[in-house]
Design a binder for this molecule. Structure first.
Ligand code: NAD
Length: 734
């Protein structure tokens, strides 16, 4: 028998070795063809008496990444089409689809031949679920190799028996965390937790697995053995306490915004009360139910499909790949030091330049500190640190930039200084080198006036902290050319971050949305809404970082600078006087400039004490009674003001690819991920509903909620963002 995705060889001892190696894919994933072939494989194995046991491994570096989510998307499409005709049939079809993997995997587990998963590399999601259905799992000891069930992060739940097998293998606290946080573990930790059987060097996983079979591994899962007891009894005092506390924590952390998370809890609770086969059916029902939620649809699209497309360089113009080896970073301060670190971490040479050697050295020392921390956490070694530091040259000499392919400036936010730096760098670098600015506020077109090669001038805007923030915003000046864009994208992908490409505008894309978020919080404070409600309403609607916390982190004196600059550039009408008053009181009267000073909207006492809202906030504006504040209005105000701004950037053609607006808002400042991003949010609400609610909010809270032209037009046309704009993006991609 020959297969496309698998190879099967049986040795003289009757051990069949299945090697999973999908053609034309860098990574194994579970798709329709894999599921079809797995069933045929099972038939072959069950019918072949010569086969005594089975080892399944991968022909690739990793074992597998999970299910192909585009397959789930098309399953949903079929469901929607059928639902229009016959709702009951559609529901059955969806359940059958959801149950399919469970059925196949249970056949492995309940069969009479022992199976061992030889996990030579990472196994995530559905691929780990295949392994969990085997009778033992042998995993590579490489610390970087991860095992886990991250489905929760894309709005789903592990639907291949993962919720049931983890709940029966791992202690309840760690198990539930693994399912609810999607946390992955290296093999040794996974073995301690109980879901990996043995840990050996990657080269030995197959042989060790075979030996287990030779040693008489039983073809019976623990839960199929008499007297099996799960790590927790749901009805015991400990079980009741654990699960009720678990629900409370879940509620506190998600505010019920994630139906998949709640469904995971239900799978665990209900599943543990049932015989295993029934429990698997229950899991499949919850999986099917989860799949039909708007949250799953939105999260799969934005956080998986769109993000994957952007990470493959969807916006890259068709010019030859740049041979990027050496990057110059000018300004070794807060941002420059971070940029140098992530660049060297990607194996690129870095020239880190500052005004004086001390500043340059200090910038390089940041990389050294980061590596020390990584060594402490056993994520790096002394040798790795030495080789990374060896890539960074700290200097004051522009001549050192000579053979850089790309130079990124991160000097003070000052047009004059940036001009001098641009001129000095361009005098030193080659004609084809690209020059980028990390400015957060100055238009790229304006800065490019200092350049003699404006087509090679581009914005590469990082977010802080550079090493943790996964988004980089690339900004096209009016004259920026394709080669500069391609180089910027190649660079961002090389440092393993997600690029979005936007056109020049004040605040570009992400900061325009962030400003709306913080401004709305300021509006609420000025109206007298109690500060805890201002912060908590944002959390309730799914923003991971409240606006006042975010403002403290960004720094309130920076907000003051931005306000002053806006007034200088656009006049005093461009700024709400209440905002000016609030920010001036905080900064000028009380020195409350944010977290860096230990005081802003919050007080930051020494750890372990937690931050607390500054009690005097309530004295700044006459306070409303909490019972007079409509919390639903507060929640909507955050989502609507940001979503309206995102739509405005589309209207103004600052954002030209709606995938980037959604992904950028989630990665850039955590816009309620369950919505799939601001434009997905509008689509889900429906344009006409969005328009109506925005008008209501405008009447009560100000003109900034008034629907913009594009929204009105789309509501009239009965359009959606993904309907109207994605098609164009698809056409371009094709
Ligand atoms: P910073 O003050 O920490 O660092 C600036 C560095 O530039 C300093 O080390 C300074 O010595 C150096 N410098 C100043 N003039 C120079 C010159 N003529 N030649 C060489 N080096 C010079 O500032 P930062 O927060 O790192 O910000 C740098 C840039 O990044 C700014 O344009 C800022 O708008 C942008 N940015 C900042 C953030 C943030 O969160 N701080 C986020 C995104 C973008």
């Amino acid at each position: 028998m020959t297969y496309t995705n698998f190879k099967i060889e049986t040795d003289s001892e009757g051990i069949a070795l299945i090697t999973w190696d999908m053609p034309d894919k860098s990574m194994n994933v579970i798709d329709g063809t894999v599921m079809d072939e797995m069933d045929v494989l099972l038939e072959q194995i069950e019918g072949d008496e010569a086969i005594k046991g089975v080892v399944i491994t991968s022909g690739k570096q990793a074992f597998g990444a999970g299910a192909d989510l585009t397959m789930l998307q098309s399953m949903l499409g079929d469901y929607a089409a059928e639902k229009a005709k016959d709702e009951q049939k559609a529901a059955q079809m969806l359940f059958d689809g959801a149950y399919r993997l469970n059925k196949t995997l249970r056949r492995i587990e309940a069969g009479d031949k022992p199976w061992v998963a030889a996990l030579n590399g990472m196994a995530l999601g559905g691929c780990l679920e295949i392994a969990l259905a085997c009778h033992a799992r042998v995993a590579s000891d490489d610390e970087k190799t991860k095992f886990g069930l991250p489905e929760v992060k894309v709005g789903l739940l592990p639907g291949g028996g993962g919720t049931q097998r983890i709940a029966r293998l791992v202690n309840p606290q760690d198990g539930i965390q693994m399912l609810l946080q999607g946390k992955t573990h290296p093999a040794k930790k996974a073995m301690q937790l109980g879901f990996i059987t043995e840990v050996v060097p990657a080269a030995d996983v197959v042989e060790t697995s075979k030996q287990m079979i030779r040693d008489g591994l039983k073809a019976e899962a623990p839960w199929d053995q008499k007297g099996f007891k799960a790590p927790i009894n749901v009805w015991s005092p400990a079980g009741v306490q654990m699960l009720s506390a678990g629900n409370a924590i879940l509620r506190k952390e998600t505010y019920a915004n994630y139906p998949n998370a709640l469904n995971i809890m239900k799978c665990v609770y209900e599943g543990l009360l049932l015989p295993f086969d029934t429990a698997l059916k229950v899991e499949s029902r919850y999986f099917a139910n989860t799949l039909t939620t708007p949250e799953a649809k939105a999260m799969i699209r934005s956080l998986f499909i769109n993000m994957q497309e952007l990470n493959k360089g969807a916006r890259r113009p068709d010019v030859p790949k740049s041979d990027l080896k050496k990057v110059g970073v000018i300004g070794a301060g807060f941002m420059g030091a971070g940029v140098a670190y992530v660049t060297a971490k990607a194996g690129l040479e870095v020239v880190l330049l500052d005004r004086d050697q001390d500043a340059a050295d200090k910038g390089k020392a940041y990389s050294s500190d980061q590596m020390d921390k990584a060594i402490k956490r056993r994520r790096a070694t002394e040798e790795k640190k030495e080789s990374l530091l060896g890539l960074i040259t700290a200097t004051t000499d522009y001549a050192a930039l000579e053979d850089c392919d790309l130079v990124i400036e991160a000097v003070f936010e000052d047009k004059g200084i940036k001009k001098v730096v641009t001129e000095s760098a361009e005098a030193a670098i080659g004609k084809n080198a690209i020059f980028a600015s990390n400015t957060s506020t100055i238009p790229i077109t304006e800065l490019s006036e200092a350049s003699v090669r404006a087509k090679n001038f581009i914005g590469i805007h990082f977010f802080s902290p550079v090493d943790r923030m996964m988004l980089v915003e690339i900004i096209m000046g009016k004259k920026t050319g394709d080669k500069a864009l391609a180089m910027a994208i190649d660079y961002v992908l090389a440092i393993k971050k997600t690029p979005i490409v936007v056109n020049d505008s004040r605040g570009f894309y992400v900061n325009r949305c962030v400003m709306r978020y913080m401004n709305e919080a300021w509006n609420m404070l000025a109206e007298g809404v109690p500060a805890p409600m201002v912060e908590n309403a944002a959390k309730m609607v799914g923003m991971p970082v409240g606006p006042l916390t975010l403002n403290d982190e960004v720094a309130i004196d920076l907000s003051q600078k931005v306000i002053k600059q806006t007034i200088a550039d656009l006049g005093s009408d461009a700024v709400d006087p209440r905002h000016v008053k609030l920010v001036n009181i905080l900064v000028d009267d009380y020195g409350r400039i944010g977290k860096k000073a230990g005081k802003g909207f919050f007080d930051y006492p020494p750890k372990p004490a937690k931050k607390k809202l500054w009690p005097e906030l309530k004295t700044l504006f006459p306070q409303l009674d909490a019972s007079d504040v409509d919390i639903n209005d507060l929640k909507d105000r955050y989502l609507y003001t940001i979503a309206m701004e995102a739509a405005r950037t589309v209207q103004e053609k600052v954002v030209t690819d709606i995938r980037e607006a959604d992904v950028g808002a989630i990665l850039g400042f955590g816009f309620a991920p369950y919505t799939g991003g601001p434009l997905s949010f509008i689509d889900e609400v429906g344009l006409a509903n969005f328009q109506k609610r925005a008008r209501e909010l405008a009447k009560k809270y100000g003109d900034h909620f008034k629907p913009i032209k594009l929204i009105n037009q789309m509501a009239k046309d009965g359009d959606t963002f993904y309907g109207r704009f994605k098609i164009e993006a698809d056409k371009e991609a094709a």
